[in-house]
Design a protein around this ligand. Structure first.
Ligand SMILES: Nc1ncnc2c1ncn2[C@@H]1O[C@H](COP(=O)(O)OP(=O)(O)OP(=O)(O)O)[C@@H](O)[C@H]1O
Length: 341
């Protein structure tokens, strides 16, 4: 669907993209990076709206340098920033965008009604956009990207400004864009946990460079850490504590499962093989505790991203992301981890 080869974009004071080479296939792909990582710049180049300084890129097999118009006919684009006219209704705006994409008047009206229903805006479609909530405005932006039935959509930070419920709804909608309509999606976010749940494939960029591109399941491969949750009993009012002590007595190193579901009642330990599972079963039985769950932990994308970033040498001679961008990225990562991502 998308291929770039040594793609660079240099502004006078900033290198926004730095020799980026990647291949993206069909499905839902997340493009993740901190603020200023180069996500919006990449999307503008892929749409043929901004020329690359060096390198090549193709979208749906079309060269971005020479076929921008053809690409935009087949690709929908949801921009990051608020760009909606306040005085017109969602219906008027989306019909207008459908007509701009070349649909005849009747088809434009029909497609608009279908698309607004799909994004959950059918009831409010005749109200002026200026009175919409942030979530409703994001849905209008999504609808105008879908109305001409594209093969691929670029969604730039579609969950920006949404509360957790609105974010979940938007992520569900994005997933359905692919499952219900077969439209492939490239969605950007700085919230790693979001992409883990929504995307088939994740591309991580930082400072315009590719950090990693792999399927979500490869990112979240299982670890050798076991998470075990046990019950309390009358005899052992703190079952977790006695279970930990029993494990330690058998020479097994343990740590608390803070930050995990059921934290406080969860013990993490390294599994060395089947004998670890047998040991857990026997200790739980000997202590008369109940075994609530025993599962292998999976990596979260945030952890992979953080460890890969820690391994990256500081690029020399290249402007660094601003302190503010770094701080907001750290906050985003903490939030991603808080949200179980
Ligand atoms: N037209 C421009 N002129 C100069 N610098 C620019 C321009 N557009 C982007 N940049 C710079 O390029 C870098 C990448 O910006 P870009 O908007 O692509 O990042 P991003 O990952 O989309 O982040 P955000 O989510 O904050 O928009 C930033 O340092 C930005 O300041």
């Amino acid at each position: 669907m998308i291929a770039t080869e040594s793609l660079s974009k240099r502004f006078p004071r900033v290198t926004a993209l730095d020799r980026l080479s990647m291949d993206i296939g069909p499905g839902v792909t997340g493009l993740v990076g901190a603020n200023g990582a180069g996500k919006s710049t990449l999307i503008k180049i892929l749409l043929g709206l901004s020329p690359a300084t060096e390198g090549t890129a193709a979208v749906l097999g079309l060269d971005v340098a020479t076929s921008g118009g053809q690409i935009r006919e087949r690709v929908g684009y949801m921009p990051e920033h608020d760009c909606l006219p306040p005085d017109v209704s969602a219906t008027e705006f989306v019909v207008h965008m459908a007509r701009m994409s070349g649909l005849p008047p009747t088809a434009a009206r029909e497609r608009t009604a279908d698309t607004l229903r799909h994004v959950g805006l059918y009831e409010e479609r005749y109200r002026p956009i200026g009175g919409y909530s942030t979530g409703m405005k994001q849905r209008v932006k999504l609808a105008q990207a879908l109305v001409h039935d594209p093969d691929l959509v670029f969604l730039d930070e579609p969950t920006n400004g949404l509360d957790p419920v609105g974010r979940d709804e938007m992520l569900g909608l994005i997933r359905r864009v692919h499952t219900d309509f077969g439209i492939s999606v490239l969605v950007t976010s700085h919230l790693l946990g979001e992409l883990e749940r929504t995307c088939d494939h994740v591309v991580v960029i930082d400072g315009g460079k590719l950090l990693r591109s792999s399927s979500t399941t490869d990112f979240t491969q299982t670890t050798t850490t076991l998470a075990v949750e046990v019950t309390d009993t009358d005899e052992h009012p703190d079952g977790t504590k006695v279970f930990r002590e029993a494990l330690q007595g058998r020479g097994v190193a343990t740590h608390e499962g803070s930050g995990l579901p059921g934290a406080g009642h969860t013990v993490l330990l390294e599994a060395v093989g089947d004998e670890t599972y047998d040991l857990v079963r026997d200790l739980v039985a000997d202590l008369g505790l109940g075994l609530v769950r025993m599962e292998q932990r999976r990596h979260h994308i945030a952890e992979v991203f953080q460890s890969e970033q820690a391994e990256q040498p500081e690029p020399s001679g290249q402007p660094q992301p601003s302190q503010q961008a770094k701080q907001s990225d750290q906050e985003a990562r903490k939030e991603a981890v808080r949200h179980g991502g």
